[in-house]
Design a protein around this ligand. Structure first.
Ligand code: ASP
Length: 442
């Protein structure tokens, strides 16, 4: 019998998780049951993915760079990647602004809904903590993010998933130095990282065997902890604008990718579907990174030299979905609470700050909302209205987070493919299965 493709298995898991979650919300003990007995399996899966992220970045980036033989190639690729990342993010923000100014979802919100949202959410602990977190980030100096990129302790950098850029910095530094020493001396270390890289990719395959069950747990949890559906309905116009924007981004990515690489658009989507589905289920580009790397290298055929740099950097700094959402959310909140602030200058400030914010956002659930606070602050949004503003969009934030994370990951994969093609580093894919050598060791 032909094996069912992984993305179908994951989709079946997701659908069953949603159905199971809905049934559980109907039972008085359902929510507690899911949180006690189902959620842990989703949490374990996400932890496993995060567990291998640092070794994978380290091994693949050092291997990728040391294979280059010549540093100018790396400079070339680095510059190209950063320019394309900034360019796609600006496009995403502009699409967000164009849509929210055209459809004006804020104008359809009546006073009763505002009062209801305000009462339900403005003292919500999560909203308060996001405002506080944004406050901590705001106080830093303009070049603080560059300072933060440089680790002073390699082991400490590797011990914290939030310090991914520091790990990238260390790996690039080590990789470049490896090219510069005598080949004979470089060989053992290179071999070590080659081997580590292969092993970690095999770990990704093994973890992915449990993905269909894990997404069941993750989605059942999302459903039982979701907000009152009537509140979600009131925000349908706003959510619809974000979703439309994200959809346009997917169309743009696939069209551009297909025109440039001459591969069919659906082929591309099919190859990265498991990464997209995981991004959707976990709301974290960082947790999805190992799978994105595996799909892009083995199933799309992007050379490790390219993917090992473009993808980890992209997971941390390139967030097209998040920046589009920030533009729509900021203008939506202004339309409802502060229409006098809606001038052209403020919208231009949104482009700049949303760009910086998406670079600064951590690749974890809910990070986009923290940075939204900084975007609103930059345009002089009245601070006393801030909790109410966030309360307006909070109810739909989780589903939108799931979608924007999917776009963030798709954007990274698209850019990796385009950069690879432009450097002649896009090959015929050679997928490896989890059980390639299983018979020999069984
Ligand atoms: N959850 C998103 C990510 O990991 C970030 C965000 O928009 O909140 O890419």
């Amino acid at each position: 019998m032909k094996k069912l493709a992984l993305h179908w298995k994951i989709m079946i898991g997701m659908t069953l998780g949603i159905i199971f979650g809905i049934i559980m919300t109907q039972l008085s003990w359902g929510k507690e049951f899911v949180q006690d007995w189902v959620e842990p399996f989703g949490t374990i899966f996400v932890k496993m993915l995060k567990l291998i992220a640092v070794p994978l970045i380290l091994a693949s980036l050092i291997k990728g760079i040391s294979d280059l033989k010549d540093i100018s190639k790396f400079k070339n690729m680095g510059l190209r990647t950063l320019v394309i990342y900034v360019f796609t993010t600006i496009i995403a923000i502009s699409i967000g602004l164009a849509l929210v100014n055209t459809f004006k979802p804020g104008e359809g919100i009546n006073q009763a809904t505002i009062t209801k949202l305000k009462e339900t959410y403005s003292s919500n602990k999560k909203i308060q903590s996001r405002i506080k977190e944004a406050g901590n980030q705001k106080e830093s100096r303009p070049l603080q993010f560059v300072i933060d990129m440089v680790p002073d302790n390699a082991v400490k950098a590797m011990s914290n998933n939030k310090l991914m850029l520091q790990v990238i910095f260390f790996a690039i530094f080590l990789g470049v130095s490896l090219i510069l020493i005598d080949e004979k001396d470089a060989k053992p270390l290179k071999k070590f990282f080659d081997s580590l890289n292969e092993v970690v990719l095999k770990m990704v395959d093994l973890i992915m065997l449990t993905a269909p069950y894990a997404v069941f747990a993750l989605l059942a949890t999302v459903i039982v902890t979701a907000d009152d559906p009537s509140i979600l309905l009131a925000l349908l116009n706003y959510a619809g604008v974000v979703v439309l924007g994200l959809f346009i981004m997917i169309v743009l990515y696939t069209t551009f990718m297909s025109l440039y690489t001459k591969k069919p658009p659906l082929w591309f989507l099919k190859q990265i579907a498991p990464a997209q589905l995981l991004a959707f289920s976990t709301s974290s580009s960082a947790a999805t990174l190992p799978v994105t790397m595996e799909r892009v290298e083995e199933h799309i055929g992007v050379d490790k030299e390219v993917s090992s740099f473009v993808l980890p950097v992209g997971a941390t700094i390139n967030m097209d979905g998040t920046s589009l959402y920030q533009a729509v959310a900021a203008v939506f909140i202004m339309q409802v609470l502060w229409p006098e602030g809606l001038g052209f200058a403020n919208q231009m400030t949104i482009v700049l700050t949303a760009l910086m914010a998406s670079i600064g956002s951590a690749a974890v659930p809910g990070a986009g909302m923290v940075m939204l606070v900084i975007v609103l602050d930059a345009i002089g949004f009245p601070p006393d209205l801030l909790p109410i503003g966030l309360a307006l969009i909070f109810a739909v934030d989780r589903p939108l987070d799931m979608l924007r994370t999917t776009i963030n990951v798709t954007g990274d994969a698209t850019v990796a493919t385009i950069v690879a093609k432009s450097l002649g580093k896009l090959h015929e894919p050679k997928p490896k299965e989890w059980d390639d050598h299983y018979d020999e060791v069984k």
